[in-house]
Design a protein around this ligand. Sequence first.
Ligand code: NAP
Length: 290
Amino acid sequence: MGAKRLDGKALGLKIEARLAERVAALKDAGVEPHLAVVLAGNDPASHVYVRNKQRACERCGIKSTRIDLPNDVSQDQLMQVVMDLNADDSVHGILVQSPTPTGTDELEITAAINPAKDVDGFHPVNLGRLVMGQTDGLLPCTPAGVMQMLNDAEIDLVGKKAVVIGRSRIVGMPLALLLAQKGIDATVTIAHSRTEDIADICRSADLVVAAVGRPATVKADWIKPGATVIDVGINRVADESRENGSRLAGDVEPAAAEVAGHITPVPGGVGPMTISMLMTNTVRAAEANF
Ligand code: NAP
């Protein structure tokens, strides 16, 4: 029997519909939630991501402002834009689209954002709160989206074995912390490019999360029958049958769907959830500011 597909697109839209009600209440009280998105350079994927985020803002009734900067923007110029947005009381959320152009320091830019407006959840203060077990603040969007999907599917992780493949600052590491937090109570293994016997580690897991960035890294025979598989990866792979010669693929081999109990599709899985969590953070930031 095939795995149940966890539909991130449908869940994301449901979350956004609930957010629209909170946005309306804020507007009634005279506050217009406002997200500022800084897009520096001409990375085509970044342009697509930003457009999708702006569309989500429209669905929720959130005001969005896009600040376009050239590819040769300097670190000082980018920092100044962030400072100006920090000082602008009408802006509740600031997002600087990653990657920033070569020669700029993304970590320094992230750290310059007012933590109360850090709707990406990457500021050291917000990541630090997460390490301290405080999960009621601005959480990194992709890990928060994964947790929402698991919760919505009523997947009980208490005492269960979870493997997170990937240890990045934006996905793998914060997600491992969220899975291990009190109340969720998974027993978490963090795997990465230097992990030995990764297939065996996965085979013992009730939950496998792939956040690697390489197509079909996780094989079907790594999955324990009935396990939950969350595929965070977004990879562009060649596909001659498509008009543009390519398509999106996850980090998990498609045949894993024949073994798993639950699995997220790519596209339509974690991606839309990430955006709905960005909207959630923006509304939270506006409510906290109110
Ligand atoms: P990243 O910063 O490049 O991290 C990748 C992680 O994978 C690293 O920890 C790396 O290990 C590990 N890794 C690489 N090759 C491996 C292998 N063969 N076996 C095991 N581990 C391996 O990437 P990221 O930013 O976390 O993103 C990961 C993927 O998620 C990408 O495809 C990205 O596009 C996607 N993503 C999706 C969303 C969404 O909304 N769906 C959001 C963000 C990212 P080392 O640490 O040892 O190098």
